[in-house]
Design a protein around this ligand. Structure first.
Ligand code: T5A
Length: 228
């Protein structure tokens, strides 16, 4: 299926600043008269948020890496059908806090799930849809975990309960993905103060097709200037 809007994703380990930067990207797009839909994974729609609760909850029942992967893609399928694709079809710029690179990094490298199987699920669930641009917020694992801890109000989830070695594998996998896809994945030094992170992100956004002209539409359609 062809899409009209731009699809931007944010990735990185816990506490890298994805949610903070996603909100800022939404505001930046709004200031440039580009209508943005902000969302997140796992979740993003009421039904997909219910799957999020199942997959993140640190409960008595375990989840195997295989089941965890299937749940991530189940949530993604719901999210794509009910929110992401319709927003892109409207010509919105979709800004998504995590997407399939997170499955590659967390379930693939973190949990040891077969990479070829992940790619086959991705093809079935996404078809040819890929992010146009991914901002990989990279920082040392202890710094990210410290930031996440200082921000956390609620109980630890199933991922936050993991050891540092798990997040080192996740970080290394993200950097390897960026090395393989430099056109799509932009590594941002997220250990820098927020203003410097924002400047690095601006430099990427300004180079995106359509953004400099004030519309993310690939077919000349106009953008409304609302920021969701
Ligand atoms: N997951 C997800 C998978 O395993 N597979 C998948 O396919 C998908 C989609 C999601 C979990 O699900 C896993 C990965 C995750 O473990 P979540 O609650 O959404 O869980 O967790 P995170 O996405 O990791 O969210 P966090 O809130 O932990 O991290 P963020 O969003 O990266 O960080 P943010 O913006 O909340 O910032 C953290 C703190 O740091 C400060 C902020 O103000 C905040 O206090 N901060 C900075 N401070 C100084 N300098 C900067 N540059 C700063 N940037 C932010």
């Amino acid at each position: 299926m062809s899409t009209k809007g731009l699809f931007i994703t944010l990735e990185g380990i816990e506490g890298a600043g994805k949610s903070t930067v996603a909100r800022w990207v939404g505001e930046w797009l709004g200031r440039h008269q580009i209508r943005a839909t902000l969302t997140r994974e796992p979740g993003g729609t009421p039904l997909a948020e219910r799957v999020r609760q199942i997959v993140l909850e640190l409960g008595a029942e375990g989840l195997s890496p295989t089941t965890e992967t299937l749940l991530m893609f189940a949530a993604r399928g719901i999210h794509l059908e009910n929110l992401i694709r319709p927003a892109l079809e409207r010509g919105d710029c979709v800004v998504c806090d995590r997407f399939t690179d997170a499955t590659r990094a967390y379930q693939g490298a973190g949990r040891g799930v077969d990479a070829a199987w992940i790619e086959s699920l991705a093809r079935q669930v996404q078809g040819s849809l890929q992010p146009d641009c991914t901002l990989l917020l990279d920082l040392p694992v202890p710094m990210g975990l410290e930031r996440a801890k200082s921000r956390r109000a609620a109980a630890t989830d199933r991922f936050e309960a993991e050891a540092q070695a798990f997040f080192e594998r996740v970080r290394a996998a993200y950097l390897e993905l960026a090395r393989r896809e430099p056109q799509r994945i932009h590594v941002i030094d997220a250990s820098a103060p927020l203003r410097r992170v924002e400047r690095q992100v601006t430099a990427v956004l300004e180079r995106l097709p359509g953004v400099a002209r004030g519309t993310p539409s690939r077919d000349g359609g106009s953008a409304g200037g609302e920021t969701a």
